[in-house]
Design a protein around this ligand. Structure first.
Ligand SMILES: Nc1ncnc2c1ncn2[C@@H]1O[C@H](COP(=O)(O)OP(=O)(O)O)[C@@H](O)[C@H]1O
Ligand SMILES: [Mg+2]
Length: 236
């Protein structure tokens, strides 16, 4: 399907620790189309972060198929995975993950320095442009510790945007923010989506999930339908 950015089939992930097997994902099927805004929710431990890490090429599945932009990426080696991640994926984390001893501008520029052949002038222009996009250009020379949580998350969004990725992935992006800053980050993601960005966001806040066009519910390592989830939750 030409308009699918993400196509996942029969994806499983098993973690082995101290002779314990954890089946974090047990046969996930999903698709995300270009320009879609998808929210993923489900109870703690159901596999949301594991799935997002695999989609974001931070981790590999135990089995299954994963096509990103029509290319099979489930079994790439570390170097290819890093390169494709750098080009195709913008990641926004709950805890911002900015580097404390780099300035705001340097944090946003860092992923671009791994792009083979991108001239310094283009890097600077992209840093400027993406910080303007999130209204943080005036804090370019600040350091993360000098910013509020909401401002740090906006910088993290700028860092995710700077490389013009195919898809933005956000894992509980409002989890460490108060409700006012959380709302502001949600509004920003909504605007980016309205401008054409493809977004997959993990959240367990139904108010935020409602910003998305489509909601995927996970339960026990599987995608379940909305009705099924409330049933399962009621029975649990
Ligand atoms: N690196 C890991 N090693 C071992 N078990 C893990 C690891 N990461 C996640 N898990 C386990 O996999 C399951 C799914 O975790 P996770 O994807 O973080 O859930 P969620 O994000 O929905 O809360 C949990 O049982 C968790 O303990
Ligand atoms: Mg999680």
């Amino acid at each position: 399907m030409a308009d699918s950015i993400i196509e996942i089939e029969q994806l499983t992930k098993v973690f082995y620790t101290d002779e314990i097997e954890t089946h974090a994902l047990s046969g996930v099927h999903m698709q995300i189309k270009r320009g879609e805004y998808v929210a993923m929710s489900g109870p703690s431990g159901c596999g949301k972060s594991t799935l997002l890490s695999i989609i974001g090429l931070l981790d590999t599945p135990t089995a299954g198929r994963y096509q990103l932009n029509g290319k099979e990426v489930a079994n790439l080696d570390f170097a290819d995975r890093s390169r494709i991640r750098n080009q195709e994926i913008g990641f926004i984390f709950q805890s911002f993950n900015l580097i404390g001893d780099l300035s705001v501008a340097e944090n946003v520029e860092l992923p671009l320095t791994y792009r083979a052949g991108m001239p310094a002038a283009e890097r600077k222009a992209r840093v400027q442009e993406s910080l303007e996009r999130v209204n943080m250009a005036h804090r370019m020379r600040h350091y993360p510790a000098q910013l509020s949580g909401g401002q740090q998350q906006r910088v993290a969004v700028a860092r995710a945007l700077a490389g013009s990725p195919s898809i933005l992935l956000a894992d509980e992006p409002t989890g460490n923010l108060d409700s006012k800053n959380g709302e502001a980050v949600m509004k920003l993601l909504k605007e980016l989506h309205d401008e054409g960005a493809t977004i997959c966001m993990v959240t367990h806040d139904p108010r935020f999930a409602a910003h998305a066009e489509r909601q995927i519910h996970l339960f026990d390592g599987k995608v379940v339908a909305e009705g099924e989830l409330s049933q399962l939750m009621a029975e649990a």
